[in-house]
Design a protein. Structure first.
Length: 169
């Protein structure tokens, strides 16, 4: 139900996949998460922002004890720098401190599934399963993956001068 609500909410927002930059992007993400929380867990006993990681102060986006699952809405997962490892560590800490956690579900922008099938992240997923009995799944929200902009390079990765000038004749 949570995944379906997350997908429906993303589809309703035509600029969901747009790059908004620092500030505006952070506010849009916070709005999205608040709206998802109000749809999924509107009652007096919410399943969101659960502090199940002991003295660390970490909170998980959603904890569904009946499903033994933590759900993290990690919209930056397709990026090379993301909260991927930190969210896995939060789940392991919660599990070791006595929370019944067997699954971690990531919900992210389009492109996360592909990014998490790369060797480094696949190795972390396999390690978490083998050493901590933690099953990790990644689900993309609908949309077209964002184009990655490479610093000092064009779309094909070729080096580009940091200052370019274009003159129309």
């Amino acid at each position: 139900m949570l995944l379906a609500a997350a997908r429906e909410l993303a589809v309703k927002n035509p600029s969901f996949q747009a790059v908004l930059g620092p500030g505006a992007g952070d506010r849009a993400t916070a709005r999205y998460l608040r709206e998802l929380q109000s749809i999924v867990s509107p009652g007096p006993d919410p399943c969101h922002e659960q502090r199940i990681c002991g003295p660390t102060g970490f909170a998980v986006d959603f904890y569904l004890p009946e499903e033994q699952m933590i759900v993290e809405v990690a919209l930056g997962l397709p990026n090379s720098q993301s909260e991927f490892e930190k969210d896995i560590l939060k789940a392991i800490i919660a599990k070791e401190l006595g929370s019944d956690v067997r699954r971690l579900m990531f919900i992210s922008r389009a492109g996360a599934e592909k990014k998490c099938s790369q060797p480094g992240r696949k190795a972390v997923i396999a390690w978490a399963r083998k050493n901590h009995d933690l099953s990790i799944e990644v689900h993309d929200l609908p949309g077209v993956p964002r184009k990655r902009v490479r610093r000092n390079g064009d779309a094909q990765g070729r080096k580009v001068s940091p200052i370019t000038t274009t003159h129309d004749s």
